[in-house]
Design a protein around this ligand. Structure first.
Ligand code: URA
Length: 422
């Protein structure tokens, strides 16, 4: 096999053979195919696409590049959730303990944030003592004892994707549906859960800006999961405005605790329950209402056990930023738009996110929203509260928010869950 032949096939709109795909993924993982060759191939895939059969084989080859977690020792059914990423998306935090409290084990390998979307591990790391790294043996033991683990993926899982994703990030080839779908699904299938619920975000704060694109990504991922024996369902959900009232690491943990205590913002509760119901139904646990486990404290008990099992202190004070700056409503009326991307970029610039993988994040930084679209506002009232350790960060965050909200008369309510694909 020759990398140049594989690149030429895709460049000239051809279909890659199974043998070409198996070889190129394996050779790239071993360093035999060079980064510049793989980036040319990734660009050819972005421009010319892949057939469903090519995507399936590409995904299988990425799974085969590493280990598959063996969850056969788990006594309960297993279900996992993946979100394609959004602003204020803290759903994993209440969802994992909630589903575990309803009798389904949740093995959840999560990531760190890059750019304007936050990462679940960054959020949890704002809890004093909490560790993201868990060995495979402890992972299985915690799933059996507590019922939920949220942790970093080990290096052994889909190493081809680890290398390829880093390359795509710097070569303008992230936004290819075959590459996004195979990247996400290779990791999720290797993780070994029996059920997978995908939260595919649509809107300004998401990867996929249109419902059509999001539907194509969701359909591709659902068929990959199903072909590998994972019961897979996708919800398309709105990401034109942030989820909940906070964007930022410790701020989002606080909001998640409100949900686990039976309160919290209505949209966060709605999406947490919608995803929980899908996970429970996929695992055969019908007839259980997850709302009960939020009301009666069972989900909070699992949260506390999950945090303690990974070295965290659930009773410890969460960090707060040193400085705050309030953005006031410039007029009275109804908040008709609050743009997810604007808030996400502002939170990122305040220190909640990172520009490069190695950058540290500020646990306390972020944005608190004092109003959401549809809420009445009075001129001069606080609209947004910016939190940062360094006041020099406020200027650039305020620039990100310029044009990011409208106050008017009529607000058109939108559905949070736009569609369901199975
Ligand atoms: N998340 C992933 O894991 N991979 C992608 O390609 C995009 C988002």
């Amino acid at each position: 096999m020759d990398a140049v032949d594989v690149i030429r096939t895709k460049r000239d709109h051809g279909t890659l053979s199974d043998a070409q795909i198996d070889w190129v993924i394996d050779a790239y993982t071993r360093g035999v195919v060079a980064d510049e060759q793989m980036s040319a191939l990734a660009m050819a895939i972005l421009l010319n696409g892949m057939t469903p059969a090519e995507i399936a084989r590409w995904t299988a080859a990425m799974i085969a590049s590493g280990e598959r977690l063996d969850l056969t020792a788990i006594t309960r059914p297993t279900a996992d959730k993946h979100s394609t990423g959004g602003v204020g998306d803290k759903i994993t935090l209440p969802l994992a303990p909630l589903v575990a409290a309803c009798g389904v084990a949740v093995p959840q390998l999560s990531g760190r944030g890059l750019g304007h979307t936050g990462g679940t591990l960054d959020k949890l790391e704002s809890i004093p003592g909490w560790r993201a790294r868990v060995s495979n043996a402890d992972f299985v033991a915690q799933l059996n004892s507590v019922g939920a683990v949220v942790c970093a993926a080990g290096d052994g899982l889909a190493p081809a994707d680890r290398k390829l994703y880093a390359l795509r990030d710097v070569t303008g080839t992230v936004e290819a549906i075959p590459l996004i779908a195979s990247s996400i699904m290779s990791k999720k299938i290797a993780e070994g859960a029996g059920v997978l619920v995908l939260d595919v975000k649509v809107g300004t704060g998401a990867f996929m800006k249109s419902v059509e694109q999001a539907r194509e990504l969701a359909e591709t991922m659902v068929s990959l999961g199903t072909a590998h024996g994972v019961r897979t369902v996708a919800l398309l959900t709105d990401m034109s405005t942030p989820l909940g009232l906070t964007a930022g690491n410790a701020l989002e943990v606080r909001e998640s605790l409100e949900v686990l205590a039976g309160g919290g913002p209505a949209d966060v509760v709605e999406l947490t329950l919608a995803l929980a119901r899908e996970m429970l139904a996929g695992a055969g646990r019908t007839g259980i209402d997850p709302a009960d486990a939020l009301r009666d404290g069972r989900a909070m008990d699992v949260w506390n056990a999950m945090i303690v099992a990974q070295g965290g202190d659930p009773a410890a004070e969460l960090p707060t930023a040193r400085e705050t700056h309030v953005v006031s409503a410039p007029a009275s009326g109804t908040l008709t738009r609050l743009d997810a991307l604007a808030v996400g970029v502002a939170a990122w610039r305040l220190g909640a996110g990172r520009a490069r993988k190695e950058d540290p994040v500020s646990a306390g930084a972020g944005v608190v929203m004092r109003a959401k679209p549809g809420d009445p506002v009075v001129q001069g009232q606080p609209l947004l509260e910016l939190h940062a350790d360094d006041p020099a960060r406020f200027g650039r965050a305020l620039e990100a928010l310029e044009g990011g909200y409208d106050i008017g008369a009529e607000h058109e309510p939108t559905e949070l869950v736009i569609d369901r694909l199975a």
